[in-house]
Design a protein around this ligand. Structure first.
Ligand SMILES: Cc1cc2nc3c(=O)[nH]c(=O)nc-3n(C[C@H](O)[C@H](O)[C@H](O)COP(=O)(O)O)c2cc1C
Length: 381
C-alpha cells in the first residue's frame, strides 16, 4: 500500500472518533435572520431548487464536499454518500483523487460514486501541490473522467501540508498552473480550501483570471492542522510538528470568508462551507452571500457511526430546517434569503470592518445588485 493510500484510511478513522474541529467558531452565531410571524406564503410552496456552478440544478442548496476515496475499504463511504446525494438531489464531491492517479487499483473507490448516483452533480478533486509538482492537463482530465465529473475542485491546503508528517508544502507556481489548466478544461474549476478559509486577496486573483466557482471552506469546522497534529501524536507519542494555537485559531472563519468571497467575486458561484452543522447555518451562509452551503464531517460521522439511516436523517432534517427558515422569512425561493434583512453583530461586524468592509453597505448591495443579477438570469436562477 503506498503512502497516499494508507493515509486516506488513517484520516477517516481519526476524524470520525476524535475532536478535529477548531475551537474558533465560524462566527455565523453573529448573524440573525429576521423572523416573519406573518409569512403570507405556505410552507408547501417553498421550492429549494437552485442552479449549480457551470450548469445543472440541485433540488436543494447543499453539497457534501470532498472527503474520501483512495482505498478499497472506503469505497462504501463514497457509494453511500452518493446514494444520499441522489436521493435528495444535492451535489457531492469525492476526496482527492491523487491516490488513484498514483495507483489505478484504487480507482473503483471513486468511480463507485458515479455508478451509485447517475444523476448527481459530482465534483472531482485534486490538490494544488500536485499541480505545482507537475500534474498536467492529462492527470486532471483523468480525475474528471474517472467519475464522469460535472466540475473539478482544486483544493488549497498549505496549512495541512505544513503540519502533516509527510506533507508537501509546495505552493510556488501554483497560481499559474491553476489558471493554465482551468483555461483548457471544459468543466468548471472550483477552488476550495479544506477548513482554514479562502481570502479576498486570493479569490480576487483567481476571479480576475477567470475562475468562477469557489468553496470557501472556512475556519470553525474540521481543521486539518489539528487533525494532522493529532495523527502525528498518535503515531509517534508526540507530534513531529506541534502547531500550538495554530491548530485552533489559524484561518478565516466561514462567515468572514463568505463575505470576502462575494466582495472579491461578485458574480461568482460561492459555496459556503466549513463548520456548517444544521439548517440554520445553511441559511445564514446563504444570507451572507453564498449560493449554497457545503458540509463534510457531519455527513461522514453520521454514516460511519450511525449507518445509512442516520445519514439520511441528518440530510433530511437539515433540508427541512432550510425549508422552514425560508418560509419563516416569508419567501418561497432560496434567493429570497438575499432580500430578507439580516443583522450582523459583534465580532463578525468588527472583523469585517477591520478588513475594510462597510457591513451595512455590503448587506444592502448584496440585496440589490447581486439579487438583480440573479433575477436577470446570471447563474440560472
Ligand atoms: C475525512 C475528511 C477528508 C477530507 N478530504 C478532503 C480532500 O481529499 N479534498 C478536499 O478538497 N477536502 C477534503 N476535506 C475537507 C472538506 O471538504 C471540507 O472542506 C472541510 O472538512 C470543512 O467542512 P466541515 O467542517 O463540514 O467538515 C476532507 C474532510 C474530511 C472530514
Amino acid at each position: 500500500m503506498n503512502d497516499t493510500v494508507s493515509r486516506k484510511l488513517e484520516h477517516i478513522k481519526l476524524v470520525v472518533s476524535s475532536k478535529v474541529e477548531s475551537s474558533e467558531s465560524t462566527l455565523l452565531e453573529y448573524v440573525r435572520l429576521i423572523h416573519n410571524p406573518l409569512p403570507e406564503v405556505n410552507l408547501g410552496d417553498v421550492d429549494l431548487s437552485v442552479p449549480f456552478c457551470g450548469g445543472g440544478r440541485l433540488r436543494a442548496p447543499l453539497m457534501i464536499t470532498g472527503m474520501t476515496g483512495g482505498h478499497r475499504d472506503v469505497a462504501w463511504i463514497n457509494e453511500k454518500l452518493a446514494m444520499i446525494a441522489e436521493e435528495f438531489g444535492i451535489a457531492m464531491g469525492v476526496g482527492s483523487q491523487r491516490a488513484a492517479i498514483e495507483d489505478p487499483s484504487v480507482r473503483e473507490s471513486f468511480s463507485i460514486a458515479r455508478r451509485a448516483a447517475p444523476n448527481v452533480i459530482l465534483v472531482a478533486n485534486l490538490g494544488a501541490p500536485q499541480l505545482a509538482k507537475g500534474y498536467s492537463l492529462r492527470e486532471v482530465r483523468e480525475a474528471i473522467d474517472m467519475i464522469g465529473a460535472d466540475a473539478i475542485a482544486i483544493h488549497l491546503n498549505p496549512g495541512q501540508e505544513a503540519f502533516q508528517d509527510e506533507g508537501e508544502p509546495i505552493y510556488a507556481g501554483v497560481l499559474g498552473r491553476i489558471i493554465d489548466i482551468a483555461s483548457r478544461l471544459d468543466v468548471p474549476v472550483i477552488i476550495k480550501e479544506v477548513g482554514t478559509g479562502l481570502s479576498r486577496e486570493v479569490i480576487s486573483k483567481l476571479y480576475s483570471a477567470g475562475i468562477k466557482c469557489f468553496d470557501v471552506s472556512g475556519l470553525g469546522g474540521t481543521n486539518w492542522i489539528k487533525a494532522e497534529v493529532l495523527r502525528s501524536k498518535i503515531k509517534h507519542g508526540a507530534p513531529l510538528k506541534p502547531a500550538g494555537s495554530l491548530e485552533d485559531y489559524w484561518g478565516t472563519p466561514t462567515a468572514i470568508a463568505i463575505v470576502e468571497a462575494r466582495i472579491a467575486a461578485p458574480k461568482a458561484y460561492i459555496i459556503g462551507s466549513g463548520g456548517i452543522r444544521n439548517g440554520l447555518d445553511v441559511v445564514k451562509a446563504i444570507s451572507l452571500g453564498a449560493d449554497i452551503a457545503g458540509i463534510a464531517l457531519p455527513a461522514l460521522r453520521a454514516l460511519v457511526n450511525g449507518g445509512f439511516d442516520s445519514l439520511r436523517r441528518l440530510i433530511e432534517s437539515i433540508l427541512y430546517q432550510v425549508k422552514v427558515s425560508v418560509f419563516l422569512v416569508g419567501e418561497t425561493r432560496v434567493w429570497g434569503l438575499w432580500r430578507s434583512p439580516i443583522v450582523v453583530t459583534s465580532r463578525l461586524r468588527e472583523e469585517l470592518e477591520m478588513r475594510g468592509v462597510d457591513v451595512d453597505y455590503y448587506i444592502r448591495s448584496l440585496r440589490l445588485q447581486t439579487l438583480l443579477w440573479r433575477m436577470r438570469g446570471d447563474g440560472g436562477y
